[in-house]
Design a protein around this ligand. Structure first.
Ligand SMILES: Nc1ncnc2c1ncn2[C@@H]1O[C@H](COP(=O)(O)OP(=O)(O)OP(=O)(O)O)[C@@H](O)[C@H]1O
Length: 596
């Protein structure tokens, strides 16, 4: 039986139209189905060649995964039902890599081997062009491709129908279930079967979802029914939002809320405030969920005076005049530091490395105690004995005493240092300390330390106030090369704005220094930025991997984003460069633009 969709329409054959698309032409839309035409255009952009079939192979297929376990009974049922027919069933991961194949017809099995439609091979659109698996992934919908509708000629002998499998709770794409047969045996029922099988697998996943996640889901649904306002559920791996929360929150807020909620919960509180990335101040109500480490949050915007704008409402004070940044989160932090400096309250400043903890304290000193001496004791550099000795001589200092990197020593020594500092006359010496907190908010301080301080403030990581980057970049460049001498081109700025900055402002400063090394007089372009900025992977790379990543980024940039050319320059295969691009999460120029 023929599915009919592959029949040529109009005077041109599908092959002629395809060749026209492959060479950059724009054929009449009525000659080929719209979805197929769009997919052909994507295939051309991926650099897929119509005559070649060269899917990359990765032998590390793992089936003892949530998807593999959920799919097994469905594959068994489907394979039993199709036994004796010339129809195959395949399961792939979310990147189109075949995980499992069931086929009872020996001749079809040989043909599938011939076209590499077998476990380990990737059938993503990026690698083999239009096909039921890769095109279902790209379109996020069931996708049927009949014979000659495949972009590459070697696949025109088969027809396939793929259906995406979505996680029933998080909505994330998990994989694809696909039915493939010889082109002449295709039937429209294939798409229906694949769609039903995908739904069955999603149900199996739901059954597998741990009881903790189910408890979280139940609590989320009940809060959603009850609250009538924005509700968010957060756990280590997932964030669920109701419609009101989805309208209120940006993607960056998800991390922000998860971090802030964990912080509030650690302090044993059920309410807290958070500054959203829009600049709106929001109030959080936390609900712990029995049987789950996840939390359900109700988010309410703080009330504003009529006519007041969000940005004006958020920062309780002005931004620090000496430092770059005017986001609400930064202004709030500065307001606390400034107020403590003014009143002499003893302050502990925590935050991830390089966020600007010391910079804030020094700026506060310059604003309010400029005429008095400033002493910075770096515990990491001086050691406990060195720092204690300097504190012993400190009574002459009637200004500001900053203990930097307090967590660099053990808890007993921390207390010894604080006792010594607390011996300084409070009326004349302002004492503050900084300590690093990891990205999960945990700091290296002993349990007694917080009790020494009047106030504790956490400097938000740069990724939580990423809008400040637009001010930080010119400020940091000015400091290195002088007023307005170098600017950053928009594509490069976009790449900087997309980077998560685990090393915060200090990492941004190093990145700009490295770019200036390449182009001292600017303007700084995308290709001047180090490899780390072009990548989205959160994995910590080994030294060798970092070198390899940088080489690939540089080759891609030199070749104007042409992956094939870059692969031949580097002497690696097309499949390898695609695998590396995906593995390192390398962001190409056109993708950086697309994010605008
Ligand atoms: N808002 C800002 N404007 C301009 N420069 C900044 C700003 N914040 C930080 N910097 C610069 O970034 C670098 C790192 O800042 P700083 O040393 O204060 O961070 P830190 O959080 O104290 O670091 P660590 O965790 O290593 O102790 C410094 O060069 C600092 O001058």
């Amino acid at each position: 039986m023929s599915a009919g969709a592959a029949a040529p329409r109009g005077s041109q054959t599908l092959e002629q139209v395809k060749l026209e698309v492959a060479s950059g032409g724009e054929p009449r839309a009525d000659v080929v189905r719209d979805r197929i035409l769009i997919s052909w255009r994507r295939s051309r952009l991926w650099g897929v060649e119509p005559d070649a079939l060269d899917p990359p192979y990765d032998q590390g297929v793992e089936l003892d995964t949530m998807l593999g376990r959920a799919a097994r009974p469905v594959l068994d049922r489907l394979a039993a039902a199709l036994s004796g027919t010339a129809m195959s069933v395949l399961l792939t991961d979310r990147h189109g890599r075949v995980l499992e194949r069931r086929v009872s017809d020996a001749s079809l099995a040989r043909h599938l081997d011939h076209i590499h439609l077998a476990p380990g091979f990737s059938y993503s659109e990026e690698h083999v062009g239009t096909n039921g698996i890769g095109s279902a992934i790209e379109s996020r919908e069931p996708f049927f491709v009949a014979g000659a509708e495949h972009f590459v000629h070697p696949l025109s002998g088969v027809s396939c129908a793929g259906a995406p499998i979505f996680h029933p709770v998080s909505g994330r794409l998990e994989g694809v279930i696909d039915l493939t047969c010889r082109a002449q045996d295709a039937t429209p029922l294939m798409a229906i079967l694949a769609t039903e099988a995908a739904a069955d697998i999603a149900n199996e996943i739901l059954d597998q979802v741990s009881s903790a996640e189910r408890a979280l889901l139940r609590a989320f649904l009940s809060a959603n029914r009850r609250a009538g306002r924005a509700v968010v559920a957060v756990s280590k791996d997932l964030v669920m939002t109701n419609t009101a929360a989805a309208a209120l929150l940006e993607r960056a807020d998800h991390v922000l809320l998860a971090d802030r909620a964990a912080e509030i919960a650690r302090q044993g509180r059920t309410h807290g405030d958070v500054l959203l990335s829009s600049g709106e101040q929001a109030r959080l109500r936390l609900e712990t969920v029995e049987g789950s480490p996840g939390l359900v949050l109700e988010v309410t915007l703080a009330k504003r005076a009529r006519g007041e704008t969000a940005r004006a409402a958020a920062p309780p004070g002005r931004a620090c005049p000496e430092l770059a940044g005017s986001s609400g989160a930064w202004a709030t932090t500065w307001a606390t530091v400034e107020q403590c400096c003014r009143s002499g309250e003893r302050l502990l400043v925590t935050g991830e490395a390089g966020t600007g903890k010391l910079a804030l304290l020094v700026a506060a000193h310059r604003s309010w105690r400029q005429d008095r001496p400033l002493t910075v004791l770096d515990v990491a550099e001086l050691g406990v004995d060195g720092a204690l000795a300097r504190l012993g001589r400190a009574p002459e200092c009637c200004g500001t005493m900053l203990l930097r990197h307090l967590g660099a020593t053990d808890p007993r020594s921390q207390v010894a240092l604080l006792r010594a500092a607390w011996g300084l006359p409070r009326a004349s010496v302002w004492v503050a300390a900084t300590t690093a907190a990891r990205s999960d908010g945990v700091s290296d301080l002993g349990p007694e330390v917080a009790g020494f301080f009047d106030q504790v403030v956490t400097v938000p990581p740069l990724r939580h106030r990423i809008e400040d980057l637009r001010e930080l970049v010119p400020a940091l460049l000015d400091r290195r090369v002088g007023q307005d001498r170098v600017r950053v081109e928009p594509a490069a700025l976009n790449a900087l704005l997309r980077h998560p900055w685990p090393g915060n402002v200090a990492e941004l400063d190093r990145t700009l220094a490295s770019a200036l090394g390449r182009r001292p007089t600017g303007p700084i372009r995308l290709e001047d930025l180090p490899g780390s900025v072009h990548c989205t992977t959160a994995r910590v790379l080994s030294g060798l991997e970092a070198v390899e990543r940088d080489m690939i980024v540089r080759a891609l940039v030199d070749c104007g984003g042409d992956k094939l050319l870059a692969a031949s320059r580097l002497g690696i295969s097309r499949a390898t460069i695609y695998r590396k691009i995906r593995g390192y999460g390398i962001l190409l120029e056109q993708e950086a633009h697309r994010a605008d």
